[in-house]
Design a protein around this ligand. Structure first.
Ligand code: NIG
Ligand code: FE
Length: 420
């Protein structure tokens, strides 16, 4: 069935004309059509202005089964949240309070909290319990405009518990209208039982966990937390090379807590993305640009941990393609709302609204190697889009702290509509 959506106040196509990703000044090009119209089934079939749509129907060149009114609202591609840890058990609200009183993320982790606290809760939880906690969080992400979401494991840190998390991630993708992309993050932390023999944990990752995850087809990507107090560059390299041999593509938590040279490693390994980058060096910026590695920035984490933000302006001006994501997780950023991330990126990292929107759509899709089918509103791409209750796109960040999403469409189906 073909649907026509007409009188779109601004149709923000983010057109890429076949480009995989946008970098530099191209990140400011939104391909906006005033009084736009879309024709779609599960894919976009036609893009243009309302006047042209009706003209072409008069000429017998276009037809549709159903005509819908956007009433002057803005349409943008659905958000692609390309970095989350959204499946977990328990809460770490008490850590949040400790940080407000001056404790650092690292001090809390050293005292037995942090990732380890969530691992203990996950190990006790059943698949059903994990699903029950994740489901409302994912629906909330969707209501705030996320149509594709990457989710990492990493709170199990044993073969059985990592597989349990990945199976929950798979079930969420089957149950919910969202497209869910799974990443194996067994190298999130060295669990306490391996604290004094960390090489045995790396060995377990490489010889048992990665092969098992790959054999069950439970993940597309492998990620490593390469940072001070977590995994070394040598360990990260060994893990990601092994993962690649098993068909899991590499991505990396890089230079989040300390300058670590992890961005350079991501570039050298041809990682799809290097994420966080609060402490990226000048050499790291050059390396990412040369390698075409996408820098995924997660300003909600710097906001929550009250750390200096990643150098978004320097990255964009240097020609590194930048994506934005939430990092949604119970420790360093409990936020599933991409609109909040867009606001932070403009307000705190000096990005322009146009750049933020490109980073949250086309470049997010590229960060998950799906920009040939997602991330912009162009003929042939999947019909994933949002109707926003704003009159022009800057309002999305200018008017902050509320949900602007009026309707969410995924693969040509309306999957959510605001109650008023
Ligand atoms: O991206 N950096 C590692 N992982 C998360 C935090 C995970 C946690 O504290 O539970 C992050 O910030
Ligand atoms: Fe993360």
């Amino acid at each position: 069935m073909l649907t026509a959506l007409v009188h779109i106040g601004q149709l923000v196509t983010v057109r890429a004309d076949g480009a995989r990703v946008k970098a530099g000044s191209a990140m400011r090009e939104l391909g906006i059509l005033e009084d736009g119209a879309l024709l779609f089934d599960e894919r976009i079939r036609w893009v243009g202005t309302t006047a042209d749509l009706f003209r072409q129907r008069e000429a017998g060149e276009l037809f549709w089964d159903e005509l819908l009114e956007a009433g002057g609202r803005v349409v943008v591609p659905g958000f692609v949240d390309s970095h989350t840890h959204a499946v977990f058990a328990g809460s770490r609200a008490h850590e949040y309070r400790l940080r407000l009183q001056g404790a650092t993320y690292q001090q809390i982790a050293a005292a037995g909290g942090g990732i380890w606290a969530t691992v203990q809760a996950v190990r006790r939880a059943s698949e059903e319990e994990l699903l029950e906690q994740a489901r409302p969080l994912l629906w909330s992400a969707l209501r705030h405009g996320t149509t594709t979401i990457e989710i990492k494991s990493g709170y199990g840190l044993s073969l059985a518990d990592e597989l349990k998390l990945l199976r929950v991630i798979r079930r969420l993708g089957q149950e919910l209208p969202l497209c869910v992309v799974p990443t194996f993050l067994g190298a999130h932390a060295v669990p306490p039982e391996y604290q004094h023999r960390r090489s045995a944990y790396v060995e377990l990752l490489c010889s048992e966990m990665i092969p098992a995850v790959a054999a069950e087809g439970l993940a597309e990507y492998c990620d490593v937390f390469a940072d001070e107090g977590y995994f070394t560059l040598e360990e990260a390299e060994q893990i990601l090379r092994t993962a690649s041999e098993h068909g899991l593509r590499p991505r990396l938590h890089a230079d989040e807590l300390a300058p670590f040279g992890a961005a350079e490693l991501a570039a050298r390994l041809g990682a799809v993305t290097a994420d966080h980058l609060l402490h990226i060096s000048d050499a790291g910026i050059v390396a990412l640009r040369e390698a075409g590695t996408i820098a995924t920035l997660l300003p909600g984490t710097a906001y929550t941990l009250r750390l200096p933000y990643a150098p978004a302006r320097r990255l964009i001006d240097a020609g590194v393609p930048v994506a934005l994501a939430t990092d949604c997780n119970p420790g360093s950023c409990l936020c599933e709302n991409m609109q909040m991330v867009l606001s932070l990126s403009c307000q705190e990292m000096g990005m322009l609204p146009e750049e933020a929107l490109v980073a949250a759509t086309l470049n997010g899709a590229a960060a998950l190697e799906r920009s040939h089918q997602l991330g912009s509103l162009e003929v042939g791409k999947q019909a994933d889009f949002l109707l926003l209750a704003v009159r022009e796109v800057t309002e999305l960040v200018y008017h902050f702290g509320i949900n602007h999403v009026h309707e969410v469409w995924i693969a040509g189906r309306r999957v959510w509509q605001a109650p008023v």
